[in-house]
Write a protein that binds this ligand. Structure first.
Ligand SMILES: Cc1cc2nc3c(=O)[nH]c(=O)nc-3n(C[C@H](O)[C@H](O)[C@H](O)COP(=O)(O)O)c2cc1C
Length: 210
């Protein structure tokens, strides 16, 4: 089969299409932060993943807002407050989380815009999303900027300092995927359900044996 090959030094939108079309499915971190005036900010990020378990590090990437060429509010808040919460995204709340991605003016609360309920965290000021069944409270570890132009972005890593998991999701310390019912992000307007899965036996020594 012939393959087409592309350089990456053209317009950023072509690279973007390959990132979102190839990296599938992507988990969705719904990140809550505190605005300068103490109000809440909330936005989903699917350029997101775990990095390592101890220290427990997660990473996500806010890109420069293409409509304005400005940093996203989430990044502005994390630069100042050095902390944030990752709220995990389920099928049940997917549409509300999608609404939370609206580009509201700085200082306007996406919790109320998306009809989601803020609850206090234990170790950070940013609120948690009640309707999300898993919350990671995070302290900023690294902030790497790859530029200020549209198409550029940053890598934010955070150390998870507190984990909250809804009790019914837990079975002997493991999270039950079927009860959790996460949803992932695809290309374009696609979201990807996790209800259909396959199992393959591990071919290496499992990192966690039981
Ligand atoms: C499911 C989903 C995933 C998203 N992933 C990202 C992402 O990884 N990086 C990013 O910069 N924007 C992403 N966005 C767009 C942001 O959520 C959007 O720009 C939002 O307005 C940013 O809010 P803020 O300015 O309050 O930070 C995503 C949107 C949706 C709906």
């Amino acid at each position: 089969m012939n393959m087409k090959s592309f350089d990456t030094n053209g317009d950023f939108s072509q690279n973007y299409k390959f990132l979102i079309g190839a990296i599938l499915p992507r988990p969705i971190a719904t990140v809550s932060t505190i605005n300068l005036d103490g109000s809440n900010n909330l936005a989903p990020f699917s350029f997101f993943n775990g990095v390592c378990p101890k220290p427990m590090i997660v990473a996500f990437s806010p890109v420069i807002r293409t409509s304005t060429g400005q940093k996203k509010d989430t990044l502005i808040n994390i630069e100042r407050e050095k902390e944030f919460v990752i709220n995990f995204t389920t099928e049940e709340i997917a549409q509300k989380i999608n609404n939370a991605s609206a580009e509201l003016p700085y200082g306007e609360d996406e919790f109320s815009y998306a009809n989601l309920t803020p609850i206090d965290s234990e170790k950070v000021k940013a609120k948690r999303v009640l309707e999300s069944p898993i919350h990671f409270e995070c302290k900023l570890r690294d902030l790497i900027s790859y530029g200020d132009a549209p198409g550029a972005g940053s890598l934010v890593t955070g150390e998870v300092v507190k984990i909250h998991v809804r009790e019914d999701l837990l079975d002997n310390g493991r999270i039950l995927t079927d009860i959790y019912n996460p949803i992932g992000r695809g290309a374009g307007n696609d979201w990807i359900k996790c209800s259909e899965r396959v199992q393959y036996e591990r071919q290496m020594k499992a990192q966690i044996q039981n």
